[in-house]
Design a protein around this ligand. Sequence first.
Ligand code: HEC
Length: 224
Amino acid sequence: MVRTFLILFVVAVGAVISMAGFRGEKFTGTPLQITPDMKHQPKVITQHASRFFQDGRADHPPVKGTIPVGYSLPGRYYQSGVNNLEASSSFTSEPTYRDTGLMGEVYGDGVPTEVSAKLLERGRERYEIFCSVCHDKSGNGNGVAKAFGLVTVASLMDDRIKGQPDGQIFATITHGKNTMGAYGSNIAVEDRWAIVAYLRVLQKSESLKVEQLSPEQKAQLEKK
Ligand code: HEC
């Protein structure tokens, strides 16, 4: 009886020490991997060496002439002097107001491209694709995502957001804000500005009275 107890006791102490005793210690040897899962993959790891390329580096600068997705060729705007959707470029060495919404350290106001009917139409289309699921087509923040639990969606019709400079809206789309994710990698710079321009129209139209419309605009409304 005592012998069995002693044996069990020694086994139990051994098990506890082997499991808990070495916690926090650093091992230098290669760990024993019973199931390696996907730890070893033939892939490029950033900032590591790689035998795949002749120079032994994993990271390489982009091939000469590479154009990032969603950007137009550099210099076209500066060469032509024409500032419109096709001719403008946001692919310069210095981040500009176009790219950031910032003028120095403060948000700037204004859409850095000609606001045409075409731009607004593009903005409406992009807004309805990217924003309306949460902010609703009307901008009131009651998009379908709210019904599925995203209760913090802001109403874009708030005076607080109406009062924000255009550059800040641009930056919110680019980087997200609190519980809103970033859309900079999904929406090209030109399209982000188109959305900002369209959002301004949406905000103005919210409190516009029918009496304030011109006769032609009223006729257009009735046609719809
Ligand atoms: C997946 C849902 C979702 C989508 C899609 C989305 N938003 Fe938002 N947005 C939010 C939420 C949630 C907030 C509130 C963030 C907070 O303050 O917690 C917000 C806040 C904002 C604000 C206010 C930021 C501030 O300063 O308080 C603006 C402006 C905005 N969104 C614009 C947009 C635009 C434009 C798009 C489309 C490109 C967009 N959002 C797409 C969820 C979304």
